[in-house]
Design a protein around this ligand. Structure first.
Ligand SMILES: Cc1cc2nc3c(=O)[nH]c(=O)nc-3n(C[C@H](O)[C@H](O)[C@H](O)COP(=O)(O)O)c2cc1C
Length: 217
């Protein structure tokens, strides 16, 4: 049982990374082996539109044919039993690296037939973690639901966990942050973010049970 975690924030120790780590802690405590990738540490691009994943006469049919630092990660992800993918929200969207990763993961798994059938043979359960500065819980839900829906089509059963109103700076006094109520931000970080981490832990632990049912050994 292998669970892969992907941190889609450029920051390797902050909110998203901690949420992904906590989910992996939960998965490990439930008996899984885990591995985490920081996508921003890898040099890779999004889909190059080479269409080699669609060529019927090529061995790359149904596989991303691009060769770069994402290639082994995609192989690892597609042979895993469960995936935890974390992205901060940037301008109401995924981060650029997460978007590039998903273009490669999704496009190779999509057949250009009348039903856009999913090509990948195994279904892999996915847990999406979104972190954002916005305090309103449902602010970005439309994006989150749309990512989850595509994930369900091509990869497997997908659930979302969100951490909102996150802490952005170590020391708010050193930056222009007059738009924020800094005391409230710090309070939330002390009181609510630890609860978000606990939710992530439970998500990771529960993912292992879901993965066991999805692909029994
Ligand atoms: C370039 C950039 C754009 C951002 N855009 C948004 C946004 O549209 N909505 C939002 O709620 N937060 C936005 N944020 C804040 C981050 O989503 C939030 O702080 C997140 O938790 C950061 O994750 P990290 O701590 O793992 O890096 C933005 C941050 C950056 C750096």
């Amino acid at each position: 049982m292998r669970i892969i975690g992907l941190n889609g924030s450029p920051r390797a120790q902050w909110n998203t990374a901690q949420m992904v780590e906590s989910a992996l802690d939960g998965a490990r405590d439930a008996g899984a082996q885990t591995k985490k990738y920081d996508l921003y540490k890898l040099t890779f691009k999004g889909c190059s539109s080479c269409f080699e994943c669609k060529r019927l006469d090529y061995p790359s049919f149904g596989k991303c044919a691009m060769e770069d630092a994402l290639t082994p990660v995609l192989n690892d992800v597609l042979s895993a039993d469960g995936i935890v993918l974390g992205s901060p929200i940037y301008f109401g969207d995924l981060t650029a690296c997460v978007r590039a990763f998903l273009e490669r993961l999704w496009f190779a798994g999509l057949a250009y037939n009348s039903d856009y059938t999913a090509v990948y043979e195994r279904r892999i359960p996915v847990r999406l973690i979104f972190t954002m500065n916005a305090p309103i819980e449902n602010f970005h839900r439309q994006l989150n639901e749309s990512v989850a829906s595509t994930m369900r089509n091509f990869i497997g059963e997908t659930e979302i966990l969100e951490a909102t109103d996150t802490l952005q700076f170590d020391d708010y006094a050193r930056y222009e942050t007059s738009v924020f109520n800094v005391a409230a931000k710090l309070r939330r970080h002390m009181n609510v973010f630890p609860e978000d981490l606990k939710k992530a832990y439970k998500v990771g632990r529960d993912l292992v049970s879901v993965a066991r049912k999805e692909n029994p050994v």
